[in-house]
Design a protein around this ligand. Structure first.
Ligand code: KIV
Length: 272
C-alpha cells in the first residue's frame, strides 16, 4: 500500500521521464468510458490508455481493426472528462495514420482537439517515423508501440510472441532507438522476450511500458477488463487477474432480479 500515490498532482509527459530516471514504476490501465475511468483515476493510476482494444472490449469485434476515428474520439472524450490526475493517452486507430504523413498529422490534431487527451499512441516502427516526427512537431506527445502490434494482425497471422528471432529482435531495437531519437516519450512493448524488453529499456531515454514483456520495463499496462476479471476467455500467460469484478457484477444482478421478482424491491423507504 505504501506504493499507492497520495499525490494528486497531474501526471505529465515530464513525470513519466522523471519516474524512469528515479526508477519508479509506471502503472497504466486502459479505460474507454467516464464511469470506469473515474474509478481508475481515483484509485491512483499514473496513466489511462484509451486503447483501440475498445474495439474488442466495448464493441465486441474480434480485433482492433474496425474501430473508427470518431468512435475513438468519443471514448477518449469520455475518459478525459473523468481524469483529474492520470496522463491520458489515446490510440490512433487503424487506417488513420498509415496512408500518409499529412493524413496522420491531421487526424492526430483532430483527436487531441476534439477529446483533450494528453498524448497519442501509434503502432509501428521506422515505417511510420516521418509521421511520428510530424505529430511531435505539431506539439503532440507520442507513445510508440512495438512488438505485438494488433493492428497488423493479418500480416503476422496471430497473437504469438514477437521478436523471438535475432533478426526481429535487432529490428525492434533499431526501431526503438530511431523512435527514441525522433522524440517519443514512451514506448509500449507488447509480448516480446523479457531480456529484449530489458535491453530496450536500458538503451532508450523514453519510458518503456510493457505488456507481456517481463518485469524490467519502466512500467506495465493491461486492458482493465482483463486485469479486473470482467473477461475470462482471454488468458495469456502474462495476464494476472487483480479482481473478480465479473463475478461481483453477476452476483449483484442476480440479487437485483431476485429482489424485484420477490416484490422486495423497492421497499417503503425506497418509495415516494
Ligand atoms: O489497445 C490497447 O489496449 C493496447 C494495449 C494492449 C497496450 O494497445
Amino acid at each position: 500500500m505504501g506504493y499507492l500515490s497520495t499525490n494528486r498532482k497531474k501526471i505529465t509527459v515530464r513525470t513519466f521521464l522523471e519516474m524512469k530516471a528515479a526508477g519508479k514504476k509506471i502503472a497504466q490501465l486502459t479505460a474507454y468510458d467516464f464511469t470506469t475511468a473515474r474509478l481508475i483515476d481515483e484509485a491512483g493510476i499514473d496513466s489511462i490508455l484509451v486503447g483501440d482494444s475498445a474495439s474488442n472490449v466495448m464493441a465486441g469485434y474480434a480485433d482492433t481493426l474496425p474501430i473508427t476515428l470518431d468512435e475513438m474520439i468519443y471514448h477518449a472524450r469520455s475518459v478525459v472528462r473523468a481524469c483529474r490526475r492520470s496522463l491520458v493517452v489515446c490510440d490512433m486507430p487503424f487506417g488513420t495514420f498509415q496512408a500518409s504523413r499529412e493524413e496522420g498529422i491531421g487526424n492526430a490534431i483532430r483527436i487531441v482537439k476534439e477529446s483533450g487527451v494528453d498524448a497519442l499512441k501509434l503502432e509501428g516502427g521506422s515505417e511510420i517515423i516521418d509521421t511520428v516526427r510530424g505529430i511531435i512537431a505539431a506539439g503532440i506527445p507520442v507513445v510508440s508501440h512495438l512488438g505485438l502490434t494488433p493492428q497488423s494482425i493479418h500480416k503476422f497471422g496471430g497473437y504469438g510472441l514477437r521478436a523471438s528471432t535475432e533478426d526481429e529482435a535487432r529490428k525492434l531495437i533499431n526501431d526503438a532507438l530511431a523512435l527514441d531519437a525522433a522524440g517519443v516519450f514512451a514506448i509500449t512493448l507488447e509480448k516480446i522476450p523479457a531480456a529484449l524488453a530489458a535491453e530496450v529499456t536500458r538503451k532508450v531515454k523514453a519510458a518503456t511500458i510493457g505488456i507481456g514483456a517481463g518485469s524490467e520495463t519502466d512500467g506495465q499496462v493491461l486492458v482493465y477488463a482483463d486485469a479486473l476479471g470482467l473477461t475470462d476467455e482471454f488468458c495469456p500467460k502474462f495476464l494476472r487477474r487483480f479482481a473478480d469484478a465479473g463475478r461481483c457484477i453477476t452476483q449483484g444482478v442476480q440479487s437485483y432480479i431476485e429482489s424485484v421478482k420477490m416484490g422486495d424491491y423497492p421497499n417503503e423507504s425506497e418509495s415516494y
